[in-house]
Design a protein around this ligand. Structure first.
Ligand code: SAH
Length: 195
């Protein structure tokens, strides 16, 4: 019964705290095996894609895909996470304010192919970040507060190009035994959210 988690919410402050205290057990230093496994589905024979990482953390696959010639865009509320990404990956970067989003900044690799927005995903729109050919959603939909899922899904749909591919990783467990995140998102709900 996924309903037991319906009213549970994690605030932005709590996420920032997790980063400050190093409670980032979700981070995968070697990258996620499922992205390797389904890379062909994401790329679908195409090259030079614009790929979006919602709620990106410091996912190492962002560098991996950029090194393959794709343009990577991420969004993350923790500036610490983004700075750790660039320093751990040994990538020089610059930072700039984001026209249209007060208080937000974008950290961009000097080479220009990785742009990470430091703001809430709900501040983004296709007017700011454009549309994407591919999405890697791991630790994103399942990290979104259950009350915000519809809003999140509608936003993601608005950021997708016509022929884009969306890889979504979810987790299966008994929601009575763990309060989340990651939250349990039943398959039926994924279908109704994304249609
Ligand atoms: N996708 C990453 C991180 C997963 S944890 C990975 O797989 O490693 C979820 C991340 O979302 C956290 O880093 C948290 O700081 C960030 N986050 C939570 N709410 C957010 C929001 N509204 N906008 C942007 N980032 C958010």
């Amino acid at each position: 019964d996924a309903g037991v988690q319906r009213d549970r919410a994690v605030s932005a402050q709590e996420w920032l705290h997790k980063w400050a205290e190093g409670k980032t057990g979700f981070h995968q230093e070697q990258g996620h095996p499922l992205l390797r496994k389904y890379l062909d589905v994401l790329l679908n024979g195409r090259s030079g894609l614009r790929i979006f990482f919602p709620l990106c953390g410091k996912a190492v696959e962002m560098k991996w895909l950029a090194d393959m010639g794709h343009h990577v865009v991420g969004v993350e509320i923790s500036e610490q996470a983004l700075r750790e990404f660039f320093s751990e990956q040994g990538l020089p970067y610059r930072e700039e304010p984001v026209p249209g989003i007060p208080g937000a900044k974008v950290l961009q690799s000097t080479s220009g192919n990785i742009s990470l927005y430091c703001c809430s995903i709900y501040d983004l729109s296709s007017a700011v970040v454009g549309k994407f050919d591919g999405v890697w959603d791991r630790g994103a939909l399942v990290a979104v507060n259950p009350c915000d899922r519809q809003r999140y899904a509608s936003l993601m749909i608005s950021l997708m190009e016509k022929n884009s591919s969306y890889l979504l990783v979810t987790v299966l467990y008994d929601p009575n035994k763990h309060k989340g995140p990651p939250f349990y998102v039943p398959e039926s709900e994924i279908r109704s959210l994304f249609g």
